[in-house]
Design a protein around this ligand. Structure first.
Ligand code: NAD
Ligand code: LMR
Length: 332
């Protein structure tokens, strides 16, 4: 291996998604078998022992692609020189918490982490926010990093995208490889809009194959509520599928979406430049491709009245979250 290691900082490394992601990243699933990675694990003091345990197990795997592992409870140390920042550590909502409480609790995490990324990370840093509420946490971090190009801050909707592809494939009775052109719009929340109006199954319009009333009713509900369904069935929120989605998002961003660029996109929450009427500055999910380390929103898709309404509803929720964190003084 002749490449210099790429430094990947993972927050919440002692948690569940951290544990599911670390071994795959160290094994080369993120950047390939020829690219060594240097891992930085950020935790709070309560999570340090779990992160230390994961580091011992990483050593016991003797991955040829793993250059080093360092653990820190100080963001300025953990993000120093980071090329990739995976922001997973976040406080989940617990009984009795209001949305405002959660936004406030997480603002206290993502503001300082954004500042530390601003001050310490490598010039090419790319940030992927997984911790919920992911889009607004990404916005808070981005607003605290004025020296980092804003488009380097993204939030994960790839899990929603993968869920949408999987559930369409099941309904159409076809392998997932036959599906393309699915889009997740808006927020990683129950208001998200999984859109099949441009999707194809083996090159044919998906809406000629599945019932349109299913696609615009139960399907949307099932995808948007899949996180809750997982919590109910397995007794805890999604872990391995979330780690997988974070790895796929980051790999596509850094290495490109390749042949899928030709009309076959994925979904990611990126900083809007006003595309499709989404107010500039909001971090909203769009159909995207990646080349040269940059996401591009797929432009020029027809948006019918039904889609317009669904996109607008989810984007309105994002704007309300932005206003709420502004009122809390978490962003300027
Ligand atoms: P978890 O509770 O198992 O782990 C979270 C870890 O983060 C803990 O170890 C905790 O100590 C750590 N942590 C808390 N504050 C921190 C801070 N300031 N710095 C560093 N670490 C900190 O939770 P999990 O199952 O790994 O989920 C993590 C987050 O991911 C949750 O917010 C969850 O809702 C979210 N999630 C998002 C998606 C998505 O698609 N965007 C999917 C699944 C889960
Ligand atoms: C998910 O989509 O699985 C996560 O965001 C967890 C949740 O609370 O839904």
């Amino acid at each position: 291996m002749t490449h210099a290691p790429i430094t990947i900082t993972l927050t919440g490394a002692g948690g569940q998604i951290g544990y599911a992601a670390l071994f795959r990243i160290a094994a080369g699933d993120l950047l390939g078998p020829d690219q060594p990675v240097a891992l930085r694990l950020l935790e709070i003091p309560q999570g340090m022992r779990a992160a230390e345990g994961a580091a011992l197990e990483l050593a016991d795997c003797a991955f040829p692609t793993l250059a080093s592992v360092e653990i820190a409870d100080d963001a300025n140390v953990a993000f120093d020189g980071a090329n990739v920042a995976l922001l997973v550590g976040s406080r989940p909502r617990s009984a009795g918490m209001e949305r405002g409480d959660l936004l406030a609790a997480n603002g206290a995490i993502f503001g300082p982490q954004g500042r530390a990324i601003n001050d310490r990370a490598a010039d090419d840093v790319r940030v992927v926010v997984v911790g919920n509420p992911a889009n607004t946490n990404a916005l808070i971090a981005q607003q605290h990093a004025p020296d980092v190009p804003s488009e380097r801050f993204t939030a994960l909707t790839r899990l929603d995208h993968n869920r949408a592809v999987g559930l369409l494939a099941a309904e159409a009775g076809t392998p997932v490889a036959d599906i393309s052109g699915v889009t997740i719009w808006g927020n990683h929340s129950a208001t998200q809009y999984p859109d099949l109006s441009h999707a194809t199954v083996r090159g044919r319009p998906a809406l000629d194959i599945v019932d349109a009333s299913w696609a615009r009713g139960p399907y949307i509900e099932r995808v948007a509520q899949r996180g809750a369904e997982i919590i109910e069935v397995r007794g805890g929120s999604s872990v391995a599928s979330a780690a997988n989605a974070a790895i796929e998002h980051t790999r596509d961003w850094l290495l490109g979406t390749g042949e899928r660029s030709a009309g076959h996109w994925t979904s990611a929450a990126v900083v809007s430049r006003g595309e499709y009427g989404v107010p500039a500055g909001l971090i909203s999910s769009f159909p995207v491709t990646s080349a040269g380390g940059n996401w591009s929103v797929v432009e020029g898709l027809d948006i019918d009245a039904f889609s317009r309404e669904r996109i607008d509803a989810s984007v309105a929720e994002l704007a309300a979250e932005r206003d709420a964190v502004q009122e809390l003084g978490l962003i300027p």
